[in-house]
Design a protein around this ligand. Sequence first.
Ligand code: F85
Length: 823
Amino acid sequence: MANKVSKSSTKELAENAAAYCEPCDSLGMAFSRHIRYWLSRDDDASTAVFYSLALSVKEQMLEAWRDTRSQDAQFDKKQVAYLSLEFLMGRALGNALLSLDLSDECRQALKEYSVTLEEVQEQEHDAGLGNGGLGRLAACFLDSCASMDLAVTGYGIRYEYGMFVQKIVDGYQQESPDKWLRSGNPWEVRVPVHNVTVPFFGRTESYVDRNGRRHVCWVDTHDVLAVAYDMPIPGYKNQRVNTLRLWKSEATDEFDLDEFNQGDYAEAVARKNLAEQITMVLYPNDSSENGKELRLRQQYFLSSASLQDLLRTWVKKFGTDFSQFGVKNAIQLNDTHPSIAVPELMRLLIDEYLLEWDEAWAITTSTMAYTNHTLLPEALERWSVRMFSYMLPRILDIIYEINARYMDAVAHQWPGNSQKLAEMSIIEEGHDPHIRMAYLAIVASFSVNGVAGLHTQLLKSGLFKDFYQLWPEKFNNKTNGVTPRRWLAYCNPRLSALLTKQLGEGWVTDLSQLRKIEGCVDNKTFVKQWQEVKQANKQELAAMVKQQCGVDFDPAMMFDVQVKRIHEYKRQLLNILHVIHLYHRILQGDTQNMVPRCVLIGGKAAPGYAMAKTIIKLANNVAHMVNSDPLVRPFLRFAFLPNYNVSAMEKICPGTDLSEQISTAGKEASGTGNMKFMMNGALTIGTLDGANIEMLEEVGEDNFFLFGLNAEQVAQTRQNYRPADIVSASPALSAVMELLTSGHFNLIEPGIFEHIINAILSPYDQWMTAADFDDYCAVQQKVGLAYQDQKYWTQMSIRNTAASGRFSSDVTIAGYRDEIWRV
Ligand code: F85
């Protein structure tokens, strides 16, 4: 009763508030109000300043946020839900100030507190709710959607612990937990009205209703409460504020009621943490899935909570007529991670809203769209049927039913071909049957997209060939992009100012306008200013490297950078072998035409990925030898940057001369770091892989350092790959391997690099490091020569930025909007 009273009065309260309260505080006034409160607590002053400022900025967004919500509801626009287990948001303050155009006001407000805005920004903890490219892509997409005025909601998990913090101890990666919420999250708003419950375990029962219709109930479930935490996603200077809704798991009040009633009060309450475990930690694997039960629980928890939220909103507005649901909603699945949303939507429609199968299936298949991010077989998710059968029994039933009906379609296309049936089945049979989540996603989606041209081609001709034959119309490409707000306007204020002076502000929302600066390559003043910007950015990057690694990077030298997750296919090893090659040349006195360079590698290894961790150790050991030899110093410096994350990239990409995108061709679905570097005027040394191919197309071969085998040649060479022969035929590689095997880099830890040496020499080396080594070194030599002519290099740099417009995530999102979501 009390509840009812307060509910009916909230609207009145809001109206009263709107009528009587003062007009909204300015940022400065809000800040003074907050800081007075925060400084009275015993936080240290800098945290208090950050927190107060963030709260003040959030307040500035509240009105637009509310208006966005009500307008989207009113005009019954098509709504898009972007479902992702990862949103790698990084920091929010600088981005919000840029979007709301509050930077000047903010600096003004800070004047009295003798801190700079930059210092305050450093206080913000990264929201590291993702592993790498896939998670960061989701974050860039949210920015573009808001900036392009699209009604898109991100749905994710509010992990208590984000991506682990990486420390380097004696050259080894050490992981420690990232308790990013420790001092609170000023941006989030807990919204308990949106609570939903998510069922687990239990069993299914069927019953026949009064009309003789059979229904299934999922009973005796353990329910977990999903609590919504909303984060504002401000569009760029357009008054739209979208929502990222992150779910936190909590125990329901009914949790373990039995024990509770038996008097084990304290035990029952303590056991609540079983439910809370679900959203405790982000899994730090980015390539090989390990079938952990808790991970499946996370996936179902996110999918179910988000769909219930969507359906509840629908029913509130339209009642239980779902016939138009697919017309008014699209659900984009960020890889297969949330693909359990397919059977979950079927369950909710059939069991909860009593739709017939065919009706529910029509709705599901007109709503779901799936994005694939990898071709690596070890990254394809397969879940054990056994695990499903006890954790999600009702969901398993539905998957079997989906499969049975879909198998009929396959049998129709390939009559009498039982092998096809087995190959294409959603269920991988065997003594321990598994569910192929990618197949489930394809079967139920009206759109399946890859993330770069080559990647989509390879999906169609390889991994999903049969599905492409069956449903060619589903397949499409959406080449990735990155948001120019964060990755140029915000992170590179010097270059932004120069661009804006030249072009006006329009480029920030229409990056194709950068093309116009191509015309400036012969403008001496412009070229000089470009160089000055790069030098200043390199100084900042050098300061960070000094502080984090203790290594002196000299901004007069070339900055050669590779930052990304550590994986064999990305071939950080090839980069390190090249460093060893240069080191060897220097020791030999062979320094003619050698351009002094500083090489930086950064990235995290999945904690269970032994080879990746050894690669980190090798990088650190080589760095130690390189940096401690005074003969080498003038030509070469090498550092491994610990704890690479979004905030680090914001300093790194503006200060980079050369970007390393050197994956084995055919393995990197797209890459997105490559685009950030290009936007910021770095040149790329890269293989014909992922989006590199399209970058090369845009900028032209004269402004791109291409090397190595292409995807087809890689596949060919694999047939008869003899790395030992390649080593013997290459004096340079022989010398490098000699240094490695001699233990030169691990004198006090003999044998630790055996695995690496063996991998390079193995005929089964999937990544074919040896095959590309000589060409890589030759092209690196060309890079050096090009760098010696600073004017020419700067012209190439300008051309790279000029040609980067196609890699704005606005372009990508325009593609999703027009060709997939059709909003
Ligand atoms: C990346 N994938 C691709 N995966 O590797 C890049 O080429 C591409 O540019 C970006 O996606 C964006 O499209 C990626 O980041 C993951 O992070 C990932 C996370 C978890 C898993 C697999 C991949 C599991 C399933 C193994 C847990």
